[in-house]
Unconditional design. Structure first.
Length: 397
């Protein structure tokens, strides 16, 4: 294991919270770096939150009011710093920002609205406080899929304008892009005289189609598009194992006998349809399972699969331990790597892979400096705070 120290953030362009473009310095130009990012090659972007020295960011007693910054690093060089807080409409929640094409997009609910920013500058806002389950940028257009924070209902939007809105229903947790088309699925509960039942729908570019399910389907865990076909991960009456229904085809996903399914979801490796989930085995602690082409490839004890990356056509994932005695692990192509004790992934995207190299960001359960993991090499980032995401993409222009 190689341990190096990365310099703490300094000389960073700070983005103001007033949303005035004319008053902002160049977003991706760190004056101390002396050069601009090379947008001809892939860069590794990291995001993290930095708090004042000595502040307990784990407890975060002054959340929303403490002086805090969201920092973007390109190849571990600090490139942008955005102030965080209620008055800036930028949250310290690690799930409320993402890097897309080298730019930082944030969302923030305030006074019955949701504010969307790009690189610290407001792009648009819309009526309704939504928790975003997906964001896709196509050219100058920003598409969002958001579940109502108040509970039932969701909206699919383009630049804040409604494409599809439902007052009832919940979305399956993905907004999918295949070619030029955008897909997602949702379920809507229907009250019948005998019982409450769910109906399922698939949406293509805002056009809704009801998903026809078999009469013996008692639960649908997930729905996604794969190879031009709508696929359902479901439980059937009288069948102990979950199944994947793809058109007229049915594929069994084997789980340990006498186990109870806690959660299941589908994902696409680019080559095949895959699944992951957590089950509780009678008399044994929960285990998380990963299947590729409906065959079990790995089981994680006392851990949940936190994130999966399939961008290289393979399967790489990182786990979140269920107890402090366990460690997070990275799975890559059949190999498993133990991560340092007391460090866990935070945020929705704590792992990325490029050219066969896995990158991950880890944060301390006890408030120590966060770590960057690269194929077994560990760097320490000297900030009082945590790292929230890592993304590999072309440099922003």
């Amino acid at each position: 294991m190689v341990l190096t120290i990365v310099l703490s953030s300094c000389g960073i362009e700070e983005i103001g919270g007033d949303g005035q473009k004319d008053s902002l310095p160049p977003v991706w130009n760190n004056p101390s770096s002396g050069s601009k990012p090379d947008n001809a090659r892939n860069m590794v972007y990291y995001t993290g939150f930095e708090y004042p020295d000595g502040y307990d960011w784990k407890a975060d007693p002054e959340k929303g009011n403490v002086k805090c910054s969201l920092i973007v690093y390109a190849d571990k060089v600090p490139m942008m710093k955005v102030p965080v807080g209620d008055s800036y409409h930028v949250s310290s929640d690690p799930d409320m920002h993402r890097i897309i094409d080298g730019h930082l997009y944030t969302d923030f609910p305030v006074s019955g609205e949701t504010v969307i920013k790009k690189d610290g500058v407001e792009l648009f806002r819309f009526i309704g406080e939504e928790s975003l389950t997906g964001m896709i940028v196509k050219g100058k257009d920003v598409y969002t899929l958001g579940q109502n924070r108040s509970g039932d209902g969701f909206a699919f939007r383009k630049n804040g304008d409604v494409i599809l809105k439902k007052e009832r229903g919940h979305v399956f947790d993905r907004l999918q892009q295949v070619g030029d088309s955008l897909y997602f699925a949702y379920a809507e509960q229907i009250d019948s005289e005998q019982q409450k039942i769910e109906r399922y729908y698939h949406v293509t570019n805002g056009r809704v189609t009801q998903v026809a399910v078999r009469d013996d389907v008692k639960k649908v865990w997930d729905i996604m598009m794969h190879n031009g076909q709508v696929c359902c991960l479901a439980a059937l009456t009288g069948v102990s194992d979950p199944v994947v229904i793809a058109g007229d085809a049915l594929y069994m996903i084997n789980i340990p006998s006498l186990s109870t399914i806690l959660n299941l979801r589908l994902f696409d490796s680019g080559k095949s349809l895959c699944a992951e989930g957590t089950v509780f085995l009678m008399g044994v602690a929960p285990i998380s399972l990963v299947w590729s082409e409906f065959k079990l490839i790995h089981a994680f004890q006392l851990a949940t699969v936190h994130y999966i990356d399939t961008s290289d056509g393979g399967i790489s994932c990182i786990t979140l331990p269920m107890s402090g005695e366990q460690v997070s692990q990275i799975y890559k192509g059949g190999s498993v790597y133990d991560l340092p004790q007391g460090y866990v992934p935070m945020g929705k995207v704590p792992l990325a892979i490029s050219d066969g190299i896995v990158y991950s960001v880890l944060s301390s359960s006890s408030g120590e400096y966060p770590l960057i993991w690269k194929e077994g090499q560990i760097d320490t980032l000297k900030i009082n705070g945590f790292l929230s995401s890592v993304v590999v993409c072309k440099a922003s222009v």
